[in-house]
Design a protein around this ligand. Structure first.
Ligand SMILES: Nc1ncnc2c1ncn2[C@@H]1O[C@H](COP(=O)(O)OP(=O)(O)O)[C@@H](O)[C@H]1O
Ligand SMILES: [Mg+2]
Length: 382
């Protein structure tokens, strides 16, 4: 598990040292640097992980399958500082330092320093020279998902890629391979433990997905089928709960609420975590009703409780509260939920990290941190 990520001269950060846990919540103002943290991990993965098609020796790949951050000029922090503590070089560098703790009594942790050099002659290149990177790349080869805020919308068909969805088990950054993954792995069992939904009809992935989706929309069920003779798959919904002549009729995603399809990749990513997984999620709450958001946080907490590591960017009080409730119920240890509040002020990022206690209470409540409900209420009651 990554216990700390340090970013040097990367986008909004001159230097950021960010402790991480099994579940790390990134919250805070717009444009305060939350997504940049996820992008940093994704950049390392796409540059030095197992799925890079060209040689990792070629350097930090700024535009790839996981993330497209532009050119070296875009990535280097505007007010970049010296990197004396990283390297003896005059050239500006962008650095990522990853502290990784392996659950192995013989292993006392690893520190990986990935440093890319900014070439003053070629600021518009989208590959940065890998100036120093470790032989050790443990966390970069573990099971991985990264779901962007901009995900699949309801569609008539979805892609059917054997290589991405089945061989690699990757859902796609927009979740576009989720339906095919679900079709192929429908009968795969969700291991006994916190992720298993008690009301599901079986431990199999499709039934478990349906049970968690029913938390968002009671009575819903799903089918994922191949369209023979094409390289597409189809998703359909049924609403068995609504009695009547059409109870068994299937509906295509385009005729069903937007939120269900939008949430599906998050549900599948959580249900398929393994204790080694690293899962990056942007706005899992998007398009869900408030209770659905809280339940989504219960699922995310359950995934973290299996030993996986999840890093989640959120704007939702309900996601925050869902995590606090998971701690209070004893589903997640208080120290396993690490909450960061980013308060960027344009010239630098400030991060406040309120701790959660075993009752789900927060040790501090900084101004601007999910306090809008109270602010509005004060004005209403005034
Ligand atoms: N090269 C750079 N130097 C300084 N700041 C940058 C650079 N690139 C992006 N930023 C800043 O990063 C912020 C965007 O970060 P992002 O992670 O997308 O925010 P969030 O996800 O919190 O909305 C913006 O404030 C932007 O000005
Ligand atoms: Mg963001």
């Amino acid at each position: 598990m990554i216990t700390q990520l340090t970013l040097v001269n990367f986008k909004a950060f001159r230097r950021l040292e960010l402790p991480m846990g099994p579940l790390t919540l990134l919250t805070g103002l717009n444009s305060s640097g939350k997504s940049s943290v996820l992008q940093a991990l994704a950049l390392l993965r796409q540059s030095f992980g197992p799925d890079r098609s060209t040689s990792p020796e070629e350097g930090l790949l700024l535009n790839g399958e996981l993330v497209e951050v532009g050119t070296a000029r875009d990535v280097l922090h505007d007010d970049f500082g010296s990197a004396d503590d990283l390297l003896a070089t005059d050239a500006p560098v962008v650095g990522f330092v990853v502290d990784d703790e392996v659950d192995d009594e013989f292993d006392d942790g690893n520190v990986g320093r990935f440093i890319a050099r900014y070439d003053l002659q070629q600021p518009d290149e989208d590959v940065m020279e890998a100036y120093d990177f470790p032989g050790w790349r443990g966390f970069l080869s573990l099971p991985f998902q990264y779901l962007h805020a901009d995900r699949i919308t309801p569609a008539v068909t979805y892609p059917r890629s054997r290589q991405v969805a089945i061989d690699r088990g990757f859902l796609g950054v927009r979740g576009e391979h989720t339906v095919n993954y679900l079709r192929y792995n429908a009968e795969r069992e969700v291991p006994d433990g916190p992720l298993r939904h008690p009301n599901a009809t079986s431990p199999q992935l499709l039934d478990q997905t349906v049970a968690w989706m029913q938390e968002l929309c009671p009575g819903v069920n799903l089918q994922a089928t191949a369209i023979e003779g094409t390289d597409f798959v189809r998703l359909s919904y049924g609403f068995g709960g609504t009695a009547g002549i059409n109870a068994t009729r299937r509906r295509r995603p385009t005729n069903v609420g937007f939120g269900l399809t939008y949430a599906l990749p998050i549900v599948v990513a959580c249900l398929t975590t393994t204790p080694e997984s690293l899962i990056l999620l942007e706005n899992p709450e998007a398009h869900l009703h408030p209770k659905g958001q809280t339940r989504m946080a219960a699922l995310i907490s359950a995934a973290a409780a299996t030993g996986a590591q999840l890093v989640v960017e959120t704007h939702s009080d309900h996601v925050l509260n869902g995590v606090r409730l998971a701690v209070k119920r004893g589903d997640l240890r208080p120290d396993d939920a690490v909450i960061h509040f980013f308060r960027g002020n344009g010239s630098g990022a400030e991060v406040i990290s309120p701790r959660v206690d075993e009752d789900g209470m927060l040790a501090q409540w900084p101004e601007g941190f999910f306090d809008e409900w109270e602010n509005s209420l004060d004005q209403l009651l005034d």
